[in-house]
Design a protein around this ligand. Structure first.
Ligand code: PBG
Length: 345
C-alpha cells in the first residue's frame, strides 16, 4: 500500500527521459499486472505422478524426494479422492515392484493382477472421474532396470520389447486405464500399441506418448522411488535422446503422431522448454511436459535449505511451462499447487 505515492511527489524531479513507451507503466499495480498477464496456470493443467508399493506400510518416504511418499493401494485411492476434491484431472501412477518379481524380460508387466492393475481397479472403482494415465515401459519390472529386453552384449532389443509393451498396455487397459503413456522410447511402439488396443476393442483408450524423452541425469530420484537406481546396468543412451538434439525431437513427435498418439510429452521439463515451444508451434497438438523427479528435488531441497522461496519457485517453474506452450504438466507439486489455486479462487 505504501507504494501508492501521490503524483505531485512523483513528478517533482528535474531531468526526465523523453520516452513514449514505458513498459513499467503496465506493471505499476496488481490489477494492471493481472489484466496484461499472458498465461495462466490452473488446476486443469496438472497431472499428478504417484508411486505405488505393496506391503503393510501405508506410506514410505523417498529420501531424495522430500515430501513425496510411496503409497499402498488403499492410500493411492485416498490420493485419487484428494485429486478429485482438488480438481486435478488425472493421476500418473508408477509401481515400486518387489525385486523378487523382477526378471530380465519384465514378465510381471504382463501380469493382469500386478500392482499397477490392482491399483487401477481400486482407484477406478472408488473415483472413476479421475483420469488414469499409466506408464508403459519395462524398467520397474526388469532385473537390470532397462525399459526393454537386454541382450548379453548390453543392447536393448527394439521389436521384441514392443511386443511385450503391447501386452503390458492391454493389461493396463483391461484393468481400466484411461490413457497409456509409453515412456520406453522404442521405435514403432505407438503404432503397435494403438493396433493392439484397437484389436481388443479399446478404441477409446488414449495414448500420451513420451515422444521427446531425453537421456537425463534428472531422473535420479525417480529411480530411487521405483528402486532401479542400484540395479540399472549402464545408461539409457541407446534409446533415450541426446540432450544436444532439437530437430530430432520434432521427428520423434511427428512419427508418434503419425502412429496415432493423441497427446505428446517432452521430458524432462525445465531444461527443455525450447523443445516444448518448438513442438507446440510445429504441430499444434496437445503438448505436455514432465517436470521430473530431479527438477522437483532441486526446488524442494533448495527451499528446505532456505536458499529459495519454495512456493514462489514452484509457481514460477509451472507458469514457465504454460508460457512455453504446454497444455499441461506432470508434476509432483500437483496437490500442493492445486491446494494453493483453490484457496486463491
Ligand atoms: C522410465 C521412466 C522414467 C521416468 C518416468 N518413466 C525414468 C527413466 O527413464 O529412467 C522419470 C520420471 C521422473 O524422473 O520423475 N520408463
Amino acid at each position: 500500500r505504501a507504494l501508492h505515492k501521490p503524483a505531485a511527489e512523483a513528478s517533482s524531479t528535474a531531468s526526465k527521459l523523453d520516452l513514449a513507451t514505458r513498459l513499467r507503466r503496465n506493471r505499476k499495480s496488481e490489477w494492471s499486472r493481472r489484466l496484461v498477464r499472458e498465461t495462466v496456470l490452473t488446476t486443469n493443467d496438472l497431472i499428478w505422478p504417484i508411486f505405488l508399493v505393496d506391503g503393510s506400510e501405508p506410506r514410505t518416504p523417498i529420501a531424495t524426494m522430500p515430501g513425496v511418499d510411496r503409497v499402498s493401494i488403499d492410500e493411492a485411492v485416498r490420493e485419487a479422492e484428494k485429486a478429485a476434491r482438488l480438481g486435478i484431472p488425472a493421476l500418473a501412477p508408477f509401481p515400486y515392484v518387489d525385486p523378487a518379481l523382477r526378471d530380465p524380460v519384465g514378465s510381471e508387466a504382463e501380469n493382469h493382477r500386478n500392482l499397477m492393475c490392482r491399483a487401477i481397479r481400486a482407484i477406478k472403482a472408488a473415483v472413476p472421474e479421475v483420469g488414469l494415465i499409466t506408464d508403459a515401459a519395462l524398467d520397474p519390472y526388469t532385473s537390470h532396470g532397462h525399459d526393454g529386453v537386454l541382450t548379453e552384449c548390453g543392447r536393448v532389443l527394439n521389436d521384441e520389447t514392443v511386443a511385450i509393451l503391447c501386452r503390458q498396455a492391454l493389461a493396463l487397459a483391461e484393468a481400466g486405464a484411461d490413457c497409456i503413456a509409453p515412456s520406453d522410447m522404442m521405435d514403432g511402439r505407438i503404432g503397435a500399441i494403438r493396433a493392439a488396443l484397437d484389436a481388443r476393442g479399446f478404441t477409446d483408450v488414449q495414448i500420451m506418448s513420451y515422444a521427446a524423452k531425453y537421456a537425463s541425469a534428472f531422473y535420479g530420484p525417480f529411480r530411487d522411488a521405483i528402486g532401479t537406481r542400484k540395479t540399472l546396468i549402464g545408461d539409457k543412451r541407446t534409446y533415450q535422446m541426446d540432450p544436444a538434439n532439437s530437430d530430432e525431437a520434432l521427428r520423434e513427435v511427428e512419427i508418434d503422431l503419425a502412429e496415432g498418439a493423441d497427446m505428446v510429452m517432452v521430458k524432462p521439463g525445465m531444461p527443455y522448454l525450447d523443445i516444448c515451444r518448438r513442438v507446440k508451434d510445429t504441430f499444434g497438438v496437445p503438448t505436455f511436459a514432465y517436470q521430473v523427479s530431479g527438477e522437483y528435488a532441486m526446488i524442494e531441497m533448495a527451499a528446505r535449505a532456505g536458499a529459495i522461496d519454495g512456493e514462489r519457485a514452484m509457481l514460477e517453474s509451472l507458469i514457465a511451462f504454460k508460457r512455453a506452450g504446454c497444455d499441461g504438466i506432470l508434476t509432483y507439486f500437483a496437490p500442493r499447487v492445486a491446494g494453493l489455486l483453490s484457496v486463491a479462487a
